[in-house]
Structures are given as C-alpha cells and as structure tokens.
Ligand binder design. Structure first.
Ligand code: KG4
Ligand code: ZN
Length: 381
C-alpha cells in the first residue's frame, strides 16, 4: 500500500549496541533502512566492546543518516520528527545517537522523540504486517534481552510479564557457539548446524519450567552449563563432539521454553496474537515451532523479516511515527541517554510545563545494565 501524505514522516536513529541504524518511515511504510555494523570489530573479543562500539557509531553516524535520506528520496526539511533510542543499551553508544538526533532535530526545527529500544522492537512489525492489534503480546529475544511483554498501547503502556533471570537467549547461543569454537555471533551458525542435527539426540534441561517456577521468567545459564559439561565429557573421553546434534539439541531446549511460555502468556491474558522480535527471532527453528504452537492454540503469529528483527533504525522510526500519529509529547532538548531505561517507559516526554527544559533528575547511569552479562563474559575469557 502506498503511504498517505498525511502520515508522519519520521527518521529514527538506533545506536544502543553495535549497529548504527538509521531508518525512515511514513506511517507504516518503510522508506529506508540504513545500517552500519561494527560486529566484525568485536568478533575477536567474543562480545561487544562498548568503547569500540561508541567510536564506530561516531564514525558511521553522519554517512548513515545521509545514506538513509538518499535511499528514502526525501529531504530532511520534510520530516515530521526525529526519533532516537534513549535506552536501554550501552551508555556511551546511546549517547552518540542521542547527540546526533538532538543536533539534527534542533538544526532542522523538528520535534525530538527519545524512545524505548524494546518498544521499538515490537513496533517495527507494523512496517511488515500493518497496524498491531492492541493489546499486543511480544516475545523479545536478542543478545541483550529475553522478555515477555504485554502492550495495551505501544506508545504509552508496555508491561513486563517476565524476563530472563540470568543470560539472554541470544547470549546463550553466543556462549554455546564459543564452547563449540564456532565464532561470534553464535546464533546464525548454530541455526545452520542445527539443520543437519537431531534435536532429540541429547535431552538438555528446560530452565524454569517446574510447577513452582515463575511462569513467564526465563533462565538459560543452567542450559549453557549443561551443554558445556556435556561437551567437556566427550572431549575428556577422547570422543568426537557431534556438533550438529549438540547445536540442534541445545537450540531445541531454548526454543521449546520460549514458545511454551509465550503461548501460555497469550492464553492467560486473553491475547490472540503474538509478535516475536529481537535477533533470535531470525532463528528458523523458533519460527517453525512458534508457528505450529500458535496455530494449535488459535493464536496469530507475527514475526518481522530477519533484517527488521535485529537492531535497526527503522524500528525506532516506526515507534517515532506512532508517537507523532497519536500526539504523544516530544522530548526535551536536554534528553539524555538512559542505559537502564525501564521497559515501562515507552518514551521520554518533556516534563509537563517545562517547555523543553530541565529534567527533574539525571538519566545518565554509569553502568550498562543490558550488556552487563556479555561484558562479564568478555572479561572472563
Ligand atoms: O537484536 P540483536 O541484533 O542485538 C542485540 O543483542 O540487541 O540480537 C543479536 C543476537 C545475538 O546473540 C545472535 O547470536 C542472535 O541474536 N541471533 C540468533 C540468530 N541470529 C542472530 N540466535 C539464534 N538463531 C539465529 N538465527
Ligand atoms: Zn535489540
């Protein structure tokens, strides 16, 4: 469908991790999705190095914005707003995006929208499948997060039902891939190996699925350890490690738990559709099992194409456009990056009556909550 000229034209900037993303949308129509990734620069460290990511964002920022404008065939002066990921994410990385968004918005005289990275991951599906029914149930699974979210209003009301108590799902893929010497990031390569393996070869543990465990929370650290022990035992016995079977069996354990809990959350809350986002949503087994289990439960499944599932600027633009369409308040000029912005804060509006001035408290935290685990992992190795 062609976009209507009265739908908001918004540019979105994403720099929460290692992707410099700039997207442009009009309403639910994607016009540009420019990405510069520093993933190769992190590969030899086995995890994202925050300082390296910030420096790469700084270098990529302006060229990526220019590329997006060219791709969309629009002029910056025609924009209705500029949206940017305000958090959660790596503090230094977020800061580059927020500073750029402020500079462009101020210079162009456009409203600025600091938005939540997680809500953006949900909203991006509107670019693929049109308006999201509300409330929406979302399963967000990436290297930094694993959450089940109920969103009665994507621009103002997102409620966390559960999340991981230790490793994120993608992080588990990355760690298991490392034990198998398959490189970083681990998700895509495990996905590939798993296609040749038997998912029932080894019965790995399903975390937090006991009758007294929290229903919507996840745990992947025990699984990761179980896989590492199993591989160690094989190696100690001088036997060859069946990489494809380990990959398939590990993946099956992750996907089984994710889909089971997501379907349960839909049923318990009377929501008849589920969206899955984040980098792990690219996983072929996750897509297949979710499709089957949703169909059995009478739930409509919505998964954006892989490029929209991983971090990108289009998702930020999609949420920004929705903010404009629903008349949400713009952010103040002193908007700051918040590395641990709670998922319940879908955006960071200017305080009422503040006319774009002074926040009551500083949002700058000196810890990087979301990627704490991957960093710890990095220094451990
Ligand atoms: O959303 P994303 O690009 O970045 C953040 O972490 O925020 O997600 C990256 C994560 C990595 O952990 C990567 O291993 C995982 O998504 N991933 C996958 C697949 N593709 C990417 N995990 C499983 N199967 C995949 N096909
Ligand atoms: Zn993400």
């Amino acid at each position: 469908m062609a976009p209507r000229a009265d739908e908001p034209l918004v540019l979105g900037i994403e720099t929460s991790c290692d992707e410099t993303g700039v997207g442009i949308v009009r309403g639910h129509t994607l016009l540009a999705d420019a990405i510069a990734s520093s993933v190769d620069e992190h590969a030899r460290f086995g995890g994202v190095v925050p300082e390296v990511a910030s420096r790469a964002h700084l270098e990529a920022m302006v060229p990526t914005i220019e590329r997006a404008l060219k791709e969309a065939g629009v002029s910056a002066k025609d924009l209705d707003g500029i949206a940017v990921t305000a958090g959660p994410g790596l503090a230094g990385a977020l800061l580059v995006g927020v500073s750029a968004a402020k500079a462009y918005a101020y210079a162009l005289g456009k409203p600025l929208y600091g938005v939540n990275h997680l809500a953006s991951h949900i909203c991006v599906d509107q670019l693929e499948h049109g308006a999201l029914p509300e409330p929406t149930m979302a399963l967000l699974v990436s290297g930094g997060h694993s959450s089940l979210l109920l969103a009665p209003d994507i621009t103002s009301d997102v409620r966390p039902l559960g999340s991981t108590i230790d490793d994120a799902a993608g992080e588990a893929f990355d760690k298991v891939a490392r034990v198998l010497n398959l490189g970083f990031p681990g998700g895509p390569v495990i996905d590939r190996y798993a296609r040749e393996g038997n998912p029932d070869a080894i019965r790995f543990p399903r975390g937090l699925t006991g009758s007294r465990d929290p229903i919507y929370d996840f745990s992947f650290s025990g699984l990761k350890t179980a896989v590492a022990r199993w591989i160690e035992a094989k190696r100690a016995a001088g036997e060859e490690v069946p990489v494809a079977d380990v990959a398939a069996s590990f993946q099956e354990a992750v996907v089984d738990v994710l889909t089971r809990k997501a379907v349960r959350a839909c049923k318990d809350n009377g929501v008849d559709h589920l969206m899955i986002g984040g980098g792990v949503a690219a996983n072929t087994r996750l897509r297949a099992m979710a499709a089957r289990r949703c169909e059995d439960a009478g739930i409509t499944l919505r998964v954006p194409r892989p490029k929209l599932c991983t971090d990108n600027g289009a998702m930020v633009a999609a949420l920004g456009s929705e903010m404009v369409a629903r008349g949400r308040a713009a952010s103040a000029w002193d908007l700051s990056a918040d590395s641990s912005l709670p998922v319940t804060e879908t955006h960071v509006p200017a305080p009422e009556g503040a006319h774009g001035h002074s926040h009551s408290h500083s949002h700058a935290h000196d810890h990087d909550h979301v990627h704490e685990l991957s960093k710890k992992n990095l220094y451990e190795s």
